[in-house]
Design a protein around this ligand. Structure first.
Ligand SMILES: Nc1ncnc2c1ncn2[C@@H]1O[C@H](COP(=O)(O)OP(=O)(O)OP(=O)(O)O)[C@@H](O)[C@H]1O
Length: 261
């Protein structure tokens, strides 16, 4: 079965003056419709570059991305992207930021308001709907961005370390909330993280990347749904998976440093 996204031999090279930096080389992956794929890798291995290419915001140097079997030529409303950088509109309140994708889609005022209020509460920002981004902490802005992306109802969502800036407790709460929302919508999710536990707790399939986006491990982890995150994190099966994925990351780092030597 072909996936919603077929990534075929993507290479991305950045050129600045006479210096070329390869961020991703010959990267291929098939993402099944409705799957929750987490991509795990160390800093600098090309995760954000991969998402930029999947979103259509950047063009590959070679290779291509097929979206529903057709070459992907640029950003589309079908693919939502929560980037690492903050893209909230500073002149809009949290409520109006979250409503924005619904405004663009032509959703009526009452429905827009209700959907945004629900999402704002789910990301733990009830009481801040009338605040402006400058009045929020970095973690709160991140949560508002998450609510806005979820409001878009895009069939595929790309997330670049969305919970990285949050404290451990809040992170766990939002992981749980994301899984509850996903159980209702069954959107296709590609979620990038450098945290092994997060990758395993959220994904059905976990892909480990090494230098230049080389795939070190690609496993269906079989933890089942729905997941009680606190309980799962304590099981022997989880400990074994953590061990396997940590070993893959370590082996990738060693291979990378040998290649650089
Ligand atoms: N616009 C750019 N110009 C030049 N080099 C770039 C550019 N964007 C990324 N790179 C380089 O490409 C490589 C991969 O970067 P990328 O941001 O994709 O990694 P990452 O795995 O997402 O890292 P992190 O986890 O730290 O966000 C790095 O060596 C980076 O310096």
């Amino acid at each position: 079965m072909s996936g919603v996204l077929e990534i075929e031999r993507l290479t991305k090279e950045f050129q600045r003056d006479d210096v070329a930096t390869v961020a991703l080389r010959d990267f291929s992956l098939s993402i099944g419709t409705g799957s929750f794929v987490t991509v795990l890798g160390r800093s600098g291995c090309g995760k954000s570059t991969m998402l930029n290419l999947l979103s259509g915001l950047q063009k590959p140097t070679s290779g291509r991305v097929l979206h529903h079997g057709r070459p992907h030529t640029g950003p589309t409303p079908d693919i939502g992207y929560l980037t690492q950088s903050d893209t909230l509109m500073p002149w809009r309140t949290v409520q109006r930021n979250v409503e924005m994708p619904l405004e663009i889609a032509g959703t009526g005022r009452a429905e827009r308001r209700a959907t945004a209020e629900d999402l704002i509460a789910r990301v733990g920002l009830a009481g801040f709907a009338d605040s402006y981004p400058r009045e929020l902490s970095g973690g709160m802005r991140r949560r508002a961005s998450l609510a806005r992306m979820l409001a878009s109802g895009a069939e595929t969502i790309l997330m670049d370390e969305p919970f990285g800036a949050l404290d451990a407790q809040l992170r766990r709460e939002l992981q749980g909330e994301l899984l509850r929302l996903w159980a209702q919508t069954r959107q296709t999710v590609v979620f990038v993280t450098h945290d092994i536990d997060e990758a395993l707790l959220l994904g059905d399939r976990v892909v480990v990347l090494g230098a230049l986006g080389r795939i070190l491990l690609d496993l269906e982890i079989g933890l089942g749904r729905p997941r009680d995150l606190e309980a799962i994190a304590e099981t022997p099966a989880f400990a074994e998976l953590r061990h396997t994925f940590a070993a893959a990351l370590r082996a990738g780092a060693e291979a990378g440093s040998e290649a650089a030597a």
